[in-house]
Write a protein that binds this ligand. Structure first.
Ligand SMILES: NC(=O)c1ccc[n+]([C@@H]2O[C@H](COP(=O)([O-])OP(=O)(O)OC[C@H]3O[C@@H](n4cnc5c(N)ncnc54)[C@H](OP(=O)(O)O)[C@@H]3O)[C@@H](O)[C@H]2O)c1
Length: 431
């Protein structure tokens, strides 16, 4: 049997233990498929006492991260501690030492990924299939399966926690806080769910996908992010009436090969019959539209030790299958500093606008006048009876409009006497 790929794991937590389990249970299959075994040689974690649900690794477990990184026997390092630091430093040290790195750390990559790739000498790769979409092979689909395409756009549901919350709000008519409490009770949301519900986790993942698809240095700070905290049961009721679903979507697209890239994350209305609109619970789904292939859809479990360890192992196998110090096939590096982003004011899409206004003659005329003055035309409207005293909720769906114009119109509407609350805006994606 050829010599094994010797691997060191830093971070023996939830996912780390899943990787240990998978490498053990599928050891034979893995060795057969990549032509040599993958041998877990060392594990480092600051916590060496917690019992994990995996085979006994006491003999190779220690808190000696420095020793692992300096060990000349280790060919590749798996980083599974999460967070920015010391994860970034560990990854950089491993790469500079000529070791390839496999990581699931989207937060660190969305901030430092391009710099780390640039720091890697020839023969050392930074692989991160597990950082986006859990077990769904997205990075490899972009790098290899769609390698001959010009990617026109990606849009997707890449955070299972928020998709569970939205699915519950829609099905049960409950408020955000109730749906979040249920997600926490079932273990789908962290005790501190901030980065999930405010859209940051989705933005981390969309930054990575956008950088890969458009070969630009797109980072978390480049993305306009809105979360799901302000959605109300009323929005789901109106969306249903209009035959839409509400999903937290990450979107990145570019109209032409040299055109600017539009990247954003926000709760978005999607046609109820669309495939993305129907993704339930904690599942993830991502649509990648390439030329000439057309739209392709990827669906599966976006988190958890099983799905994530599957992706980590696939990266290790890509390394194990390489001869000598070759890089795994089709690894693209993101050019540091290269970016051409569309300013958010210039994006053009349809909008869902919710107003609380005085229910009296002239109100609709006042709203329509301001919208018209800003080149925004109305596609459909819903107004039900009075909800509170003399006020009524009005929902408008616009035709495609420029974001800058919509923001200007909303500013003018806030100042109208008939307007009784801050207008609420969602974007609409047609299929
Ligand atoms: N959980 C998922 O479903 C999922 C899905 C996709 C990607 N990911 C990513 O996978 C990574 C790991 O997630 P996880 O859920 O496995 O986290 P986790 O359960 O918290 O595991 C992290 C482990 O790393 C240890 N650690 C922290 N700092 C360390 C340091 N400086 N040196 C050595 N060990 C250290 C932690 O010890 P202590 O507990 O003592 O701090 C813990 O045992 C994260 O980047 C996450 O974003 C997770």
């Amino acid at each position: 049997m050829p010599s094994p790929l010797n691997v060191g794991l830093i971070g023996f937590g939830n996912i780390g233990a899943g990787v240990v389990r998978l490498l053990h249970e599928h050891a034979e299959l893995i060795a057969e498929r990549c032509g040599r075994p993958i041998r877990l040689a060392r594990i480092a974690d600051i916590d060496t006492t917690t019992k994990r649900d995996c085979p006994d690794v006491t003999a190779i477990l220690s808190s000696d991260t420095d020793g692992l990184l300096a060990d000349p026997q280790i060919d590749a390092v798996i980083e599974l501690i999460g967070g920015y630091e010391p994860a970034r430093t560990f990854v950089e040290r491993a790469l500079r030492a000529g070791k390839s790195v496999v990581t699931a750390n989207k937060a660190m990559l969305a901030r430092h990924g391009a710099d780390l790739m640039a720091a890697a000498p020839k023969g050392a790769s930074l692989l991160y299939e597990a950082a986006v979409g859990g077990g769904i092979p997205l990075i490899r689909a972009i790098d290899q399966g769609l390698a001959a395409n010009r990617i026109r756009g990606i849009r997707g549901i890449v955070n299972g926690t928020t998709n569970f919350i939205l699915t519950r709000m829609e099905a049960k008519g409950v408020r955000f806080k109730e749906a979040l409490a249920e997600a926490q009770k079932r273990g789908y949301a962290e005790p501190d769910p901030t980065l999930d519900v405010n859209g940051t986790d989705t933005a981390h993942k969309i930054a990575l996908l956008a950088a890969q698809c458009f070969q630009q240095d797109i980072r978390i700070g480049d993305i306009k992010v809105e979360g799901i905290e302000s959605l109300t049961p009323t929005d789901f009721a109106y969306a249903k009436e209009l035959d839409y679903k509400i999903k937290l979507l990450g979107i990145a697209k570019s109209e032409s090969p040299d055109g600017p890239v539009e990247v954003r994350v926000s709760p978005t209305l999607l046609p109820a019959s669309s495939l993305l609109g129907q993704v339930p619970g904690v599942y993830n789904a991502i649509e990648i539209d390439g030329e000439p292939v057309g739209p392709t859809l990827y669906y599966g479990q976006g988190a958890g030790p099983k799905a994530t360890s599957s992706a980590v192992a696939s990266d290790l196998m890509a390394l194990a299958a390489c001869k000598g110090n070759q890089e795994p096939p089709m690894r693209l590096r993101i050019p540091v500093g290269k970016k051409n982003l569309k300013p958010i004011e210039d994006i053009v899409t349809e909008y869902y606008l919710r107003f609380l206004v005085t229910d009296k003659p002239g109100t609709m005329a006042a709203l329509s006048r301001v919208l018209g003055e800003n080149n925004i035309s109305i596609r459909s409207m819903i107004q039900h009876g009075r909800e509170r005293a003399e006020n009524a909720t009005v929902i408008l769906i616009t035709h495609a409009a420029r974001e800058g114009n919509v923001q200007k119109a909303l500013q003018a509407i806030r100042a109208l006497e008939v307007n009784k609350s801050d207008p609420f805006v969602l974007r609409v994606e047609e299929v």
